[in-house]
Design a binder for this molecule. Structure first.
Ligand SMILES: [Mg+2]
Length: 151
């Protein structure tokens, strides 16, 4: 049986969620972002052995994909099964169903709640709209992701 697929938003889910103003959304600004927390790398690398993980990001500037790859290299994070750029939040549930994924992690509270999807809202203390949403499936750190998924 094929590995289960997991979808991860990039910013505010794998990177920490600080807000980048529109003029600060260049590749070098994204490159400088830290991981979400101290154990993101450890949990992420273990997940790559057990699942097909996909990074799904709305980043769409030229070389957006290489920007994600270079950031993963900088952080010594293993290669995922796929990196999909230019995916706006509202279409992520469709991608989730098309790929027959098992879970989606995203700090964007606008990702539609779907009773047939395992959509986890990643806590983002920098984002007021995120803090206002009471999602039933809420994740607060990468330890919780590890506890949930690592076998
Ligand atoms: Mg995000």
């Amino acid at each position: 049986m094929a590995d289960q697929k997991l979808l991860f938003d990039m910013d505010g889910t794998i990177t920490d969620g600080r807000y980048l103003s529109v003029e600060d959304r260049e590749l070098h600004d994204y490159y400088a972002l830290p991981t979400y927390d101290d154990i993101t790398r450890d949990v992420w690398n273990k997940l790559q052995d057990q699942y097909d993980c996909y990074i799904v990001t709305a980043r769409s500037m030229p070389r957006a994909r290489q920007g994600v790859e270079e950031w993963l290299e900088k952080e010594f994070m293993d290669w995922p099964a796929g990196i999909i750029v230019g995916i706006e939040p509202h279409v992520r549930p469709y991608l989730y169903h098309d790929l027959q994924a098992s879970a989606l992690f995203d700090d964007n509270p606008a990702v539609p709640l779907d009773p047939w999807g395992n959509f986890y809202l990643m806590n983002n203390p920098y984002w007021e709209a995120n803090q206002k949403v009471e999602a039933s499936l809420k994740i607060h750190n990468w330890k919780e992701i590890g506890d949930l998924l690592l076998k």
